[in-house]
Design a protein around this ligand. Structure first.
Ligand code: KG4
Ligand code: ZN
Length: 339
């Protein structure tokens, strides 16, 4: 089966073709970062319009890469939420119309389920049940993934998501959008002895997170500093260390609590090098293996949607012709997919 995946939930138009025999055979992505950069964040209306412009040429390009014609596609998977309403509607209407025209089934995919399953694209050692840490621009969640569609949220951020805190701290340090990779680069020049930031919510039980206080702490520290390049690098390093160490502490707690043997980390922030270095310590301290998507599949992409769609389509989880987009859609609302 060859599944065309369409991702348009935010500022990346991601298109991919997943072949159940050969794996990923076509993969194209267009990032709108340059379009939004001058505004310091994503402008929803510009995002939707750009998805409409880019989706069809990218589908043609993915088909060319895969040496296929449209009629060789057996199913379509598209992101139905969560995300920006207009952006989601662009992908959903293109995906649904294409499926109708080709007379093939279509399935909606939850964007965070796409992220959560992305590491399985290239690593077949991962088996349900596993513990998942989802760290993106909109989510910070610890999840017990029991089966396809059966996700128990063990803990999540009560305010800002970790990626959002990276982006807002970067903006304050006058770094371009998106801030996560910028902070991680600048932190390489920081002095680890300069500042020590708090590790929010680690002194109380539970698996929830809070990142808005850490962001404010960074802003206050910057305002009191001499605002030099070195001060910015020191703050970037102190922020990144505190943000990631908090994840480490909560992951350790969750592994002990659930006795999980595999920790699967995904979402844009899972591309962070310090995060990967720090979480690898869990493999040494506890009997657990830690898994990540390839770097290109950490941030938004069509491959994770095509792959999650394929897993779902095997269980005939298709929907009728009418479609909806769901800007807010808790992952725990999904139902276990029956065999
Ligand atoms: O998963 P994603 O592409 O989109 C959402 O679903 O939100 O994640 C985007 C987020 C942004 O906040 C971005 O700053 C962050 O991931 N990010 C990083 C890194 N690369 C992307 N954060 C820290 N370090 C990175 N290397
Ligand atoms: Zn995402």
């Amino acid at each position: 089966m060859r599944v065309l995946g369409i991702e348009t939930s935010c500022d990346e138009t991601g298109i991919a073709i997943y072949d159940s025999e050969k794996g990923l055979i076509g993969h194209t992505i267009y990032s709108q970062i340059e379009l939004h950069r001058e505004y310091g964040g994503v402008v929803p209306e510009l995002a939707s319009r750009d998805h409409v412009h880019k989706a069809l040429p990218l589908i043609e390009e993915a088909l060319l890469q895969a040496k296929l014609r449209k009629s060789d596609i057996n199913a379509v998977a598209y992101t139905a939420g969560p995300g920006l309403m207009g952006a989601l509607l662009a992908g959903a209407s293109i995906g649904r119309s294409l499926a109708w025209a080709l007379n093939v089934p279509a399935t909606e995919v939850h964007h965070m389920e796409g992220h959560l399953l992305a590491p399985l694209l290239e690593d077949d050692s991962i088996q349900f049940p596993f513990l998942s840490l989802l760290v993106s621009g909109g989510h910070t969640q610890l999840i017990l993934a029991k089966a396809l569609g059966d996700y128990e949220i063990l803990g999540e951020s009560l305010d800002d998501a970790i990626g959002e805190a990276f982006d807002k701290t970067a903006k304050m340090l006058e770094l371009p959008y998106p801030g996560g990779p910028e902070i991680s680069q600048l932190a390489l020049k920081g002095n680890p002895k300069a500042y020590k930031f708090p590790r929010p919510m680690t002194d109380r039980p539970g698996l929830d997170f809070s990142y808005s206080g850490l962001k404010t702490f960074a802003i206050n520290t910057f305002n009191k500093s001499d605002k030099s390049q070195q001060a910015k690098a020191d703050i970037a390093l102190a922020f990144q260390t505190a943000a990631v160490d908090t994840l480490f502490i909560k992951c350790k707690r969750a592994i002990i609590q659930t006795e999980a043997k595999q920790l699967v980390v995904a979402g844009g922030v899972s591309a962070n090098n310090y995060l990967r270095e720090k979480l690898s310590l869990l493999e040494q301290k506890l009997s657990v293996t830690v898994h990540y998507p390839g770097k290109e599949f950490c941030t938004d992409n069509g491959a994770m949607i095509a792959f999650a769609g394929w897993l779902r389509l095997q269980h005939k989880t298709t929907q009728s012709l009418s479609f909806t987009a769901r800007p807010r859609w808790p992952l725990s609302d999904l139902k276990k997919v029956k065999n």
